[in-house]
Design a protein around this ligand. Structure first.
Ligand SMILES: NC(=O)c1ccc[n+]([C@@H]2O[C@H](COP(=O)([O-])OP(=O)(O)OC[C@H]3O[C@@H](n4cnc5c(N)ncnc54)[C@H](O)[C@@H]3O)[C@@H](O)[C@H]2O)c1
Length: 489
């Protein structure tokens, strides 16, 4: 099918879908026949729309502007000022000013758009990606790809059903240094991998007092809220700080941490959820408008292997030269990756046996465009299913934490003694307690949330015996911003 034919096909599909909707027959806002196109010819520039262009969306723009094979034809943002200024800047660099649209639903009606990239807050990722896929677009969606476990799986299903290419914004997956390191350990370079430790040691100051703040006048708050419940703005800063409120964000575990969670899962070579999860922690050192933990330990049990994750938002020294990174422990050595692309492998005596380096976001974008041109999701380095599984490991940790009982730090060691792998648990807690003390937290008297240990049916992606936990695998969507059910994707 030629490019022109493809556009008419899509146009017809949209019209057919609109007609179906008016007859009350549409299954969802954007449900239509999947595009059957083989894509544009290699000489055609792909038309991209960037959705959410404040912080990370600005990086999407830069990465796309670095390429000669993609043009930014549209941008979409619910903040008029952010959208207008980004549009003007793109115009200066690109020579053509992209069309600025505020409502993603309107954007997706435009059949000239081939690619949609999404850098909105987390609570919009899955719905935006799913609607874009249904509208026949290929998608680059930021991490975490979901705000809850269930909607992430829906996007995977929709991508497959509609034959769309969906890349996750976990760019480490395309860095040559990281790829070499993963191959090294998968080839047995440090023996059998036993523990993958993810560290997210990143200073996060207070976001200011909880209150009721005015909505900035240039913002369409209804569109910003999307699937989230109608609530006033309770944090001082409108953009970015939503990461620390549960209705929109997933804490640092689902912010910075998802990159390292993904690397840990990759290191363990696991393509499904864990058998068991437990998490503990709290928001220590200040009281503010934030709700998510700034100090959190998450342990995923994969039978013979463990994934142990630490989030620290207060001032902290590094562990084995790692602030944000991973430490993988094997039966014959270890691997320490202290950035998105570089690190070292050590023998059991601590001698360096191999070094790794090389990266840059451009690799990930090139990989996405190649897969789009080839119409083959198997070529993706971070296919949506990878993004879904790693995002889900973060959500599961947060579910355990949020269902936890409140206990004083002084009781924690005793409470952890019956946990599987308790020697490592004890050591991790000990280091966490020292870290908190160094930040003047009175650890013994401080209240921790000690999460439930939750058993999982890893394949079904549900909990085995907790209705409360199962209910947190999804959310109540605010109409009409509803992620469709499996039957209706
Ligand atoms: N891959 C990475 O390394 C990386 C780095 C930073 C951020 N991120 C991810 O990027 C996302 C955005 O982060 P940020 O720091 O730019 O956040 P931000 O709050 O600064 O920016 C989000 C932008 O999205 C806009 N927006 C919100 N809802 C929208 C909607 N429905 N339609 C269109 N626009 C909408 C907002 O107005 C804002 O301009 C986050 O999910 C974050 O996890 C990824």
């Amino acid at each position: 099918m030629s490019h022109h034919d493809r556009r008419s096909f899509l146009q017809n599909s949209v019209l057919a879908s609109a007609a179906a909707m008016s007859l009350g027959g549409a299954r969802s806002l954007y449900a239509q026949e999947p595009a059957k196109s083989g894509g544009k010819s290699p000489n055609d520039r792909l038309h991209a729309a960037v959705v959410g262009v404040n912080g990370r969306g600005g990086s999407h723009v830069s990465s796309i502007l670095d390429r000669s094979d993609v043009v930014i034809s549209h941008i979409c943002d619910i903040d008029e000022n952010v959208g207008a200024s980004r549009s003007a800047k793109i115009g200066e660099k690109q020579g053509t000013v992209p069309e600025f649209v505020r409502d993603i639903r309107k954007l997706l009606e435009d059949t000239s758009i081939d690619i949609v990239t999404i850098a909105t807050p987390n609570h919009w990722h899955s719905l935006g990606a799913l609607w874009a896929v249904q509208a026949g677009k290929d998608v680059y969606v930021e991490k975490p790809v979901s705000h809850n476990v269930s909607e992430g799986r829906r996007v995977v299903q929709a991508a497959r059903k509609h034959g769309r290419i969906v890349q996750t914004g976990t760019q480490c997956r395309s860095n040559p240094g990281m790829r070499d390191a993963m191959k090294f350990i998968h080839d047995g370079g440090i023996g059998d991998v036993k523990i993958a430790r993810g560290l997210c040691y990143k200073r996060r100051p207070s976001i200011g007092a909880k209150g009721e703040y005015p909505i900035p006048p240039q913002v369409d708050y209804n569109l910003w809220l999307g699937p989230a419940p109608e609530k006033p703005l309770t944090r001082p800063k409108f953009h970015y700080d939503w990461h620390w409120q549960w209705d929109y964000g997933n804490g640092d575990l689902g912010n910075q941490g998802i990159h390292q969670m993904d690397l840990c899962r990759w290191a363990l070579n696991k393509n499904q959820l864990s058998d068991r999860v437990v998490s503990y922690g709290g928001r220590f050192g200040y009281v503010d408008a934030g709700e998510t933990a700034n100090t959190q330990i998450i342990v995923h049990d994969f039978g013979t292997q463990q994934l142990v994750f630490e989030v620290r938002g207060l001032e902290t020294p590094k562990l084995r030269d790692v602030g944000v990174g991973i430490i993988v422990e094997g039966t014959n050595g270890s691997l320490v990756m202290s950035s998105y692309d570089s690190g070292k492998a050590f023998d059991p005596d601590g001698k360096v046996i191999k070094e790794f380096s090389g990266g840059g976001d451009g690799h990930h974008w090139s990989n996405f465009i190649e897969a789009v041109r080839a119409r083959d999701h198997k070529k993706l380095n971070a296919d949506i299913e990878e993004g879904h599984l790693s995002s889900a490991l973060c959500h599961l940790g947060n579910i355990s934490l949020r269902l936890g009982k409140q206990i004083e730090g002084g009781q924690m060691l005793d409470a952890l003694k019956d946990f599987k792998g308790h020697e490592d648990m004890k050591a991790t807690y000990g280091r966490t307690a020292e870290h908190l003390k160094a930040n003047q937290v009175d650890v013994d008297k401080t209240i921790f949330s000690l999460g439930q240990t939750l058993e999982l049916d890893a394949k079904a992606e549900t909990f085995k015996s907790s209705d409360a936990a199962n209910s947190m695998l999804t959310r109540e969507y605010r109409k009409p911003f509803v992620v469709p059910s499996e039957a209706n994707i």
